[in-house]
Design a protein around this ligand. Structure first.
Ligand code: C2E
Ligand code: MG
Ligand code: MG
Length: 258
């Protein structure tokens, strides 16, 4: 079953990271999100939607996320050492890692062992994680911020946020959930919500990234609304390290030529 298989996966290094570019309004690749997959010997590449709940139930999620953080830092520094542009890397943080005790040391170790500049690491947490125990979250986020790491809220707009706490969190950006982006061109309410999120974020000095951008029309609309960055299939699906390296090299060459 999935649960038993997961511990074997961790032991036998069957988890792999895929990478999806985060792109500025002008098209430059500024960062990348690390997304975990389970490379199962028989089932092939298994997406996180299939095994995350089991990973949470078994408590394996924390060890998995710690591995993700270390591997993400190592990989992005390796690209930099190979002469590719220094970009930032975002890693998703689970509730159990965020509200556990090991996160600050895991982050410190990942940064030290990789030699990555802390400003290049971003941790993504959802509203529900951040709002679970707000005082503890403020303390944790301030500690991480002091280390120089950037922090963002993932899937923004789908959870419950206390705006008074949101402004107390030392965040760098909000990621607008893909559900608002999906029918941006056909649903005027989603335009209004997107516009409101962008205005609120900017007035709190946060940047805004829209998730799940699949079409040129969505991109144009988001630009028009002043969205700072985008991520989605329009630019690239999440791809393996080797393919992302090619993508990054192509982007760097295009910019040198321009
Ligand atoms: P997320 O962090 O919001 O990541 C974005 C998800 O949307 C990814 O799914 C990505 O493949 C997908 N996506 C990106 N662009 C598009 C698009 O244009 N259209 C559509 N339809 N989808 C797009 P993925 O990789 O299956 O991950 C699902 C979720 O699993 C993530 O949502 C995140 O919450 C969680 N997750 C992924 N990796 C990790 C991890 O290492 N640790 C933890 N704790 N959670 C993770
Ligand atoms: Mg994310
Ligand atoms: Mg998201």
């Amino acid at each position: 079953d999935v649960e038993a298989g997961l511990w074997i996966a961790l032991e036998q290094r069957q988890f792999v990271l895929h990478y999806q570019p985060q792109v500025a309004a002008d098209g430059a690749v500024l960062g990348v999100e690390a997304l975990v997959r389970w490379h199962h010997p028989v089932r092939g590449l298994v997406p996180p939607g299939v095994f995350l709940n089991a990973a949470i139930d078994t408590g394996l999620i924390r060890s998995m996320d710690e591995w993700v953080l270390r591997e993400a830092c190592r990989q992005v520094k390796a690209w930099e050492k190979a002469g590719l542009p220094a970009i930032s890397i975002s890693a998703n943080v689970s509730n159990s890692l965020f509200h556990g005790r090991t996160l600050p040391t895991t982050v410190a170790d990942a940064l030290r062992d990789s030699g990555l500049n802390p400003a290049q690491l971003e941790l993504e947490l959802t509203e529900s994680i951040a709002m679970r125990d707000v005082e503890a979250s403020v303390t944790m986020l301030e500690g991480l911020r002091t280390m120089g790491v950037r922090l963002s809220i993932d899937d923004f707009g789908t959870g419950y946020s206390s705006l008074s706490y949101l402004q107390r969190f030392p965040l760098s950006r909000l990621k607008i959930d893909q559900s608002f982006v999906r029918d941006l061109l056909t649903n005027e309410n989603n335009v209004k919500i997107t516009r409101a999120i962008i205005a609120m974020a900017h007035s709190l000095n946060l940047s805004v990234l829209a998730e799940g951008v699949e079409t040129e029309g969505q991109l144009a609309k988001l630009r028009e609304e002043g969205c700072d960055e985008v991520q989605g299939y329009l630019f690239s699906r999440p791809v393996c390290a080797e393919d992302f390296e090619k993508l990054l090299k192509g982007d760097a060459d295009a910019r040198t030529a321009a």
